[in-house]
Design a protein around this ligand. Structure first.
Ligand code: TXA
Ligand code: MG
Length: 348
């Protein structure tokens, strides 16, 4: 199959995309978090194509995207007070909410669960695309399963060219991390995946919120994360990522010695450095990838997946990165980094 790439500003692009969706095809589109791979959420045959194109396990449910909050009542039950507060505060935006699902949502979307994840994105292109389709759009991140999520149309093309009908290029994703997921379908609201809407922001709106413990540490033994997708190895480039955690100077020394060791062993090694630390690695400039300033976690978040992909473009065997404090957006960044590193964390 030939994958056509259209710029979001091109005339007639949304009509073309809607035609593909109506015929049961797949269209990748930008959102403010990451690019999504969309299909008609009400058409189970179309939805199954998403799993095939991504190589995604079929027990991992998809997020349903809508283009106005009023469409929610058609797909979800029990829109309670907690949900209403979240919708008022964060929709449209980078927040996905889990509801009890209506029967109209096929099992292929919900992975057999009785709930459905719903998101109303803010990105203008995403909204015009969904509106033109006239149906809710089921969409996971538009990457090959296990790879870092795509934050540009080029990332989508890298993974899915030849496997999907169309990519709408809307430039770089503003936030760069997948949406925050909150489950309000039972008594207590629970944070299932941290993103750009932080725990603190959620607490301000809800008063209290539980945290799925797999956000903080590796899911072990029988313990299953509440968002099925969080159990899979994720965000991993081929390059092995290693996190070094500790006081700044000690951590930088350790990164440098591990980097030298890897080089001596004949490996192609790299350092993912925050701008404050770049000078420390003066002698090895060619192997430094810059991740942005520690004072500006928004920029780190928006670049993270592109930097992880760059490690592979540079054919690095291994790359070292310093841990960030796990507060605010740092919790979301570290959640993705730990998965990318397969929980390989060296404490100094
Ligand atoms: O920012 C985002 O959320 C992007 C854009 C495209 O919207 N989408 C995205 O989708 O990241 P995906 O499929 O890569 O991640 C969705 C996560 C998975 O971990 C999945 O298990 C979880 O949401 N999920 C979906 N439906 C769920 C449900 N009913 N209950 C619990 N978790 C659910
Ligand atoms: Mg994903």
């Amino acid at each position: 199959m030939e994958t056509k790439i259209y710029n979001a500003e091109q005339a007639g692009v949304f009509e073309k995309a809607a035609e593909i969706i109506k015929n049961g095809g797949l269209v990748a589109f930008p959102t403010e978090t990451v690019y999504g791979l969309g299909a008609n959420a009400l058409d189970k045959t179309a939805v199954k194509k998403i799993y095939i194109a991504k190589g995604r396990p079929s027990d991992n449910p998809l997020i349903v995207h809508i283009s106005s909050a009023s469409e929610l009542k058609d797909i979800a039950e029990d829109i309670n007070d907690k949900a209403k507060k979240l919708i008022d505060a964060f929709w449209p935006g980078p927040l996905t909410i889990i509801f009890k699902k209506k029967d109209i949502i096929p099992d292929a979307v919900s992975g057999g669960l009785s709930t459905v994840a719903v998101r109303f994105p803010k990105n203008r292109t995403a909204r015009l695309f969904i509106r033109a389709c006239g149906v809710p759009i089921a969409a996971p991140s538009a990457n090959t399963s296990g790879k870092p999520s795509p934050t540009s149309a080029a990332h989508v093309a890298e993974d899915l060219s030849g496997k999907i009908d169309m990519i709408i290029d809307g430039g770089s994703a503003a936030y760069g991390l997948e949406s925050t997921i909150v489950d309000v379908s039972s008594e207590k609201a629970v944070l299932l995946r941290p993103g750009s809407v932080t725990e603190k922001m959620l607490k301000e709106v809800l008063g209290e919120i539980g945290i799925d413990r797999t956000i903080l540490s590796k899911p072990e033994g029988d313990f299953k994360p509440l968002a099925p997708g969080m159990k899979y190895k994720h965000y991993s480039p081929l390059c092995s990522i290693r996190i070094i955690k500790g006081e700044r100077k000690k951590a930088l020394e350790k990164m440098r010695s591990l980097y030298e060791e890897a080089k001596t062993a004949g490996k192609k090694a790299g350092i993912i450095a925050f701008s404050e630390d770049a000078d420390y690695f003066d002698g090895c400039k060619a192997d430094i990838l810059t991740a942005g300033s520690e004072k500006d976690p928004e920029t780190i978040a928006s670049r993270l997946f592109a930097v992880l992909r760059l490690c592979d473009e540079k054919y690095l065997d291994t790359a070292f990165i310093k841990a960030l404090p796990e507060t605010g957006l740092g919790l979301s960044i570290m959640n993705r980094l730990k998965k990318a590193a397969g929980y390989d964390i060296t404490e100094v």
